[in-house]
Design a protein around this ligand. Sequence first.
Ligand SMILES: [Zn+2]
Length: 496
Amino acid sequence: MTFLSEVEIPLKVVIDKHKERVVFAEANSDFVDILFSFLTMPMGTIVRLLNKHLEYSKPPPIGNFNNLYETVVNFDAKYFVTSENKDWLVTTSNNAGPECQSLKINIDDTNLRKYFICPNSSCTIERDLPSISSYSSVKCRHCGEYLSRLINYRADTSEANEGVFLSQTASFVISDDLHVTPNTMDSTIRILESTGIKEFGVLEEKMLQIGSSEILDLLMYSMSSKTPLTDMVFGKKEFISDIVMPSIQSQISTECVTNFKNMSVKVLVQKSNNRILLAQTAEDFVEFLFCFLGMPMGRIIRFLGDSYLSKGVVDNLYRSLSNLDVGKHLKSDDLKCMLLNPAFDIPSIQTFYTNDEEDVDYYFHSNYDSLSKQNTFYLTYGNGREMTYEEPLKDDEAFVRGPKNFMVSDDLSVTPLSFMSCITYLRSLKVPLSDVEEHEINIGAEEALNLLRACLMSTSVLTIGLKNFMPIDSLQENGRWWRPLRRLFSECFLQQ
Ligand SMILES: [Zn+2]
């Protein structure tokens, strides 16, 4: 286990001593701030932290995200447009990172993203909408110099002993499935009622000391178990394997996705069981899948809304948060928004999902030091003077270099498409050729959200995510790809 810091915070739990389960916990803002920070973490960060926590002995039980992460790690850097792009996906950083550094226990050891501004102070101080970018290869819109000056992160504005997202004085009750409510007699009674406990004699109060190892356990259980507090306190025996989808699925609302770039993929389907064996895609779909890693947990819950479905209960944190009052419990509207709609740290991801109005805004303030006669610039959140985020050259907006075709397996391993890789893969699946047909699927916002949800639940991401969108007619008659491949494939078999 990794001990990032030796700091421990107290947590009072009330347990049912007969059933060895946590009935509820009582905590102050230090602990609940940490719980809510889970929502700001990109999935890539969660995979990386949990892998390290589990000492790489077993994959973290979070759907297919571990496989996707491995795919990106193993994906040849030459297919990325810039070397930064691969690094950003492998070491996703949290847009709320500066705030999270003030948590009593911060389990995220990722470096904060670097931002650059113009080396000429006058461009930033005197001109409207000065340039900022996380690419140092971009030039200032005013003077044309490369943005080479590193800007400081917003200084920690919270006072010592003050909460990060929550008011320091607030006190909360947390149910085993992570419903967080203000600590009142009512909320405690409601939890007791919901757990069906009638005999108070079975209850026992315990005072625990929670360190980074327990927080990492809790992060893992929040995404993989319906009883994360019990599992953290008593240890988890085994995890639920893939989720069985309910037979009647509600349609996913796409109202949070305003500007989805449609794409198309060709898939090879095993007819007898509707399993998608592999997809043949261009670079845009690969890029879209890779960007799942940059997506903060809270953003996924927001996107999926009522259709969110996973093995865990982390969405209860999200729903609890929306019921907490600003001023009374949460420190500000900006911070509530930061948790309910956490920003993508990789700006290019936005091109898939949102319109420009939802772009992250960048603001700064500056201090003039009369001794050194130098200005120091700080990024601020939600106040200060506005800056313009500069993307790299238009052609470089994409992450994955194209035009190129790739082969994507059901569990999202991605390799450049070649005849041999395809043959080898299909042979390894041992599916009779007569049972395979090709379809073309258009990927719009609804398909995209289904794929995202499938990635949280199962390693059969393409099958679960796209099976409801399969056109009735196969592409066999006019498919330009599978028919000749199938002919060659049969010949290969016949030769042996
Ligand atoms: Zn300049």
